[in-house]
Design a binder for this molecule. Sequence first.
Ligand SMILES: NC(=O)c1ccc[n+]([C@@H]2O[C@H](COP(=O)([O-])OP(=O)(O)OC[C@H]3O[C@@H](n4cnc5c(N)ncnc54)[C@H](OP(=O)(O)O)[C@@H]3O)[C@@H](O)[C@H]2O)c1
Length: 254
Amino acid sequence: MSDAVLQGRTALVTGASSGLGRHFALTLARAGADVAIAARRMEMLETLAGEVAKTGRKAVPIQLDVTDAGSVGAAADRAAAALGSLDILINNSGVAPGDAAIDVDEATWDRCLDTNLKGAWLMAQESARHMIRGGKGGVIVNIASILSVRVQKGTAPYAISKAGLLQMTKALALEWARYGIRVNALAPGYIETDISRAFLQSEPGQRMMKSIPQRRFGQTEDLDGALLFFASDASQYVTGIFLPVDGGHTLALA
Ligand SMILES: NC(=O)c1ccc[n+]([C@@H]2O[C@H](COP(=O)([O-])OP(=O)(O)OC[C@H]3O[C@@H](n4cnc5c(N)ncnc54)[C@H](OP(=O)(O)O)[C@@H]3O)[C@@H](O)[C@H]2O)c1
């Protein structure tokens, strides 16, 4: 794949203030895209915008709460206006509560499902409206998880939300193919980010690592190939699929 596979494209990355979203924004910019970077923490987006600028691409920081339909509509409008179009949505915002199912309270359930599922739905819908109006089609990459298809103790609302996101990917791919919009799900395995590092390095984390066929956790860079594949014309005949990037983790029964 050439370095500038996204030259002239515009992208909106949600949850760009940290972790994977921050990395996705930089990867898209390095591949030639101008990016709108959205989340609730503006100061982190401002810092990221400075880093994106060093790649020579435009960065537009946008305050966004995906659980709020008004905020989602305003963010998509602002991204499309500031970038001139909206070609790519990376639907990445997410939260991961870690309570045992019996202890999950209503507020935790609502926060998780409202962010990971309803938020992704609203974001996809608002972005698709811009893509349809633009008449050039577009790309939506939903950041799912290997927990979309497997379960693990202490992750019930998260796994349920990510399973819903997978079904949403298929439903939207089916309905929006007619507009030239491709919708796919990128499913990271366990990736080392600031929030996951402590667990991954703990004793239970290290035990889990032994069940990964490649015997290691992922690095953010491991997702670059799949991200650029989905975001670019390299996948122009691919829609509605689920792609685990997990070192083979979903293969293992342990
Ligand atoms: N790291 C992994 O191993 C892994 C594996 C599989 C899937 N994933 C998925 O990858 C995505 C990113 O996770 P991460 O590991 O990078 O975690 P992270 O560093 O905590 O990033 C989560 C992002 O979501 C944003 N966010 C949370 N609530 C939001 C809201 N209401 N409105 C807008 N943005 C919101 C946060 O920004 P603000 O707080 O500034 O709003 C933050 O930028 C998530 O969907 C996660 O489920 C991660």
